[in-house]
Design a protein around this ligand. Structure first.
Ligand SMILES: Nc1ncnc2c1ncn2[C@@H]1O[C@H](COP(=O)(O)OP(=O)(O)OP(=O)(O)O)[C@@H](O)[C@H]1O
Ligand SMILES: [Mg+2]
Length: 240
């Protein structure tokens, strides 16, 4: 744990696919980097992209300038195990991912890991999930990305309960896309989440990924005040 109380490995999961994990991963990286920390991002399994396509890590690099890494990429836009089966690919094992994260951690202050889909999606042939990875990675905490709309409270609490039951350190919730004119339901959801212990770390305004990267980097810490507070107290390690 860094001096500010942030775990060295921050896993970004979501209540679903397409909730904004990639954009939140970028905002987390930009926030940590703005605090002077050496940051890298890792996507263990990237599905739905061809060999030359732009994946989530390329988007994180574009928005933030931090170095990024992928474990494996698969063509089919579906969960990693069936996607790998379709093309006869071999998935990295849980040990492979842990070794990669440990190696990245040895020369960065923070490693930000973006999951595929939600917390219990299987990443390996042996059916290890992102929850298993989070439970095994040294000095790790999990951030949950959620939608703002109706239905999000149930999905968010299901994900949080899955973390608690496994004894995994939860850092809090981030709303992936917060509209400029929220409905009463969205405001009520935000307020509910903010009052929970390990509640709301922040919200990304709608349109954030379309910002110029320099504007994105300058604004990110303001979107994630709960994380910025903790990263401000975090320190670079002398010998990474
Ligand atoms: N704050 C936002 N404002 C506008 N568009 C957004 C915002 N956040 C995410 N999006 C868009 O919504 C889509 C899904 O977001 P994103 O790719 O971050 O989701 P994800 O949870 O990472 O999905 P996956 O499970 O495929 O990794 C993308 O097209 C992204 O640009
Ligand atoms: Mg993504």
């Amino acid at each position: 744990m860094t001096a500010g109380g942030l775990p060295r490995v921050i896993v970004v999961t979501g209540t679903d696919t397409d909730v904004g994990k990639t954009v939140v991963t970028a905002a987390v990286c930009a926030t940590l980097r703005a605090a002077g920390l050496r940051v890298t991002a890792y996507k263990p399994t990237q599905t739905g992209v061809g060999p030359l396509d732009t994946g989530d890590m390329a988007e994180v690099s574009r928005l933030t300038g931090v170095p990024t890494h992928e474990g494996v990429r698969l063509l089919a836009p579906m969960a990693p195990r069936p996607a790998a089966a379709l093309e006869g690919a071999t998935l990295p094992t849980l040990e492979d991912h842990l070794t990669t994260i440990e190696a990245l951690s040895s020369d960065h202050d923070q490693v930000v890991v973006e999951g595929a889909g939600g917390l219990l999606v299987e990443l390996t042939e042996a059916r290890a999930t992102l929850a298993d990875l989070s439970g095994r990675a040294r000095d790790c905490g999990v951030l949950v990305v959620a939608r703002s709309a109706l239905g999000t409270l149930n999905h968010t609490m299901l994900t949080r309960e899955a973390l608690w039951r496994r004894g995994i350190h939860e850092l809090g919730v981030v709303l992936g896309s917060w509209p400029s004119d929220p409905t009463v339901i969205e405001t009520s959801n935000r307020d509910y989440l903010a009052e929970l212990p390990e509640g709301l770390l922040g919200a990304i305004p709608t349109g954030a990924p379309r910002l110029d990267p320099s504007a994105f980097r300058a604004a990110a810490a303001g979107w994630l005040p709960g994380l910025a507070r903790r990263s401000a107290g975090a320190q670079r390690r002398e010998t990474p």
